[in-house]
Design a protein around this ligand. Structure first.
Ligand SMILES: [Zn+2]
Length: 386
């Protein structure tokens, strides 16, 4: 469907600068961007494309169900018909479906059509080729059929659409409700951020890459991470991977979360031997906010009544964004769930990555926090050094 196609299209919009495996070298300007959407000159100066890492549910095609609808003969009876039908066929499993739609065929003398029921709601399983009469749909002699025209079969979306491509596909069949995530829509269209925003996120990823290079110089895995407060654009913590030191769990993301905690008066690990891993303490933050104020893109579905832990403080990374040069592993992805990160940007995928490659921890329904993930930011640069 369109959504998958769009995402694939984004992926195919190759980098101007890329790593050429056959030559084992970094090549500049070999491939022309295929993107038709690149209209402004400013955007074409960026050598990367951001891709949203969507859940399987967001990427899949809209599932359809067979249903019966009928024309409403007298428009004035509409609300009455809706009420009566809600009693006979409540459609409880389909709260996203709009019961009534305007008639698409302009040549008929009725203007509205209404969903009566799902095929599976009918007791009679042997409906001959969809040919059905109102008396079949209202077998108990209910007189509701009076206000309705001849029933006809339609396909209606089984679930509420999650992305605009899904919404557009669903609406081809029957109107549904849709709570749009504009970031995801824009990302799927290939214009997630404006030029200024792209420049900004690139700056933060450059800091993460710089940290990765500094880590590599002292024999660490070349992974760097930066935590930013998007409300103020302040860098809260910068860290590189330290797993090759005494503590093998010190992946770049774990280092960064711990550094954020240090800034808030907490922290668990000793980072003294790594001068390029540093944090900004809460006391030095600009403005009058004691804690992060960024709003989550996806509302955090916290099961605690207030969304605030028992000590009264927000979770460590609430409202913050993470920039990391390489896709986090399962441990790090879960640590980001626990610390309530808002958005993760990563450059390159990892073979064991938990935010798109092996798993999509950020979208797991049975976890109580979800975050948005975008990949591809300065991908070429990270492929080069890691
Ligand atoms: Zn990790």
């Amino acid at each position: 469907m369109a959504g998958v196609g769009d995402a694939g299209g984004l992926r195919r919009q190759r980098l101007l600068t890329h790593y050429d495996k056959s030559r084992n070298s970094y090549v500049e300007g070999i491939m022309e961007p295929q993107c038709k959407k690149r209209k402004t000159k400013a955007i074409s100066t960026f050598t990367w494309e951001l891709m949203p890492v969507l859940s399987d549910e967001e990427l899949c095609e809209v599932e359809l169900l067979e249903a019966y609808a009928a024309p409403i003969i007298n428009k004035r009876q509409t609300s009455c018909l809706i009420k009566q039908l809600a009693c006979i066929y409540p459609l409880n499993s389909l709260p996203h479906i709009k019961r009534v739609r305007t008639c698409r065929d302009k040549n008929t003398n009725h203007s509205l059509e209404i969903i009566i029921c799902l095929l599976r709601d009918l007791n009679c399983t042997d409906v001959p080729n969809g040919e059905i009469s109102l008396s079949d749909l209202f077998p108990d002699g209910k007189d509701i059929g009076i206000g309705l025209g001849e029933p006809f079969q339609v396909m209606i979306p089984a679930c509420q659409p999650l992305t605009r491509p899904q919404f557009e596909a669903a609406s081809q069949h029957w109107p549904t409700t849709f709570h749009e995530n504009k970031q995801v829509t824009n990302a799927l269209r290939g214009h997630l951020f404006n030029t200024e925003e792209r420049a900004k996120v690139q700056t933060f990823m450059e800091k993460a890459i710089k940290a990765a290079k500094l880590g590599k110089e002292i024999g660490m895995e070349p992974v760097g991470a930066v935590v930013v407060n998007p409300a103020t654009d302040e860098v809260i913590a910068v860290g590189h991977d330290c797993r090759n030191g005494p503590n093998p769990l010190l992946h770049a993301v774990m280092v960064c979360i711990d550094l954020v905690a240090y800034g808030q008066g907490g922290g668990a690990f000793n980072h003294d031997r790594y001068p390029n891993c540093h944090f900004k303490s809460e006391a030095s933050f600009s403005g009058d906010h004691a804690f992060n104020t960024g709003k989550p893109l996806h509302p955090s579905e916290d099961h605690s009544p207030t969304g605030v832990p028992v000590n009264g403080l927000p979770y460590i990374c609430t409202g913050y964004d993470l920039y990391v040069s390489r896709e986090p592993c399962v441990m790090c992805a879960m640590a980001l769930v626990h610390s309530r990160i808002r958005t993760v940007f990563y450059a390159t995928s990892s073979p064991d990555g938990a935010l798109g490659t092996k798993y999509k921890i950020h979208t797991k329904k049975d976890l109580n926090h979800h975050y948005d993930v975008f990949k591809g930011l300065l991908e070429g640069e990270c492929q080069f050094f890691s």
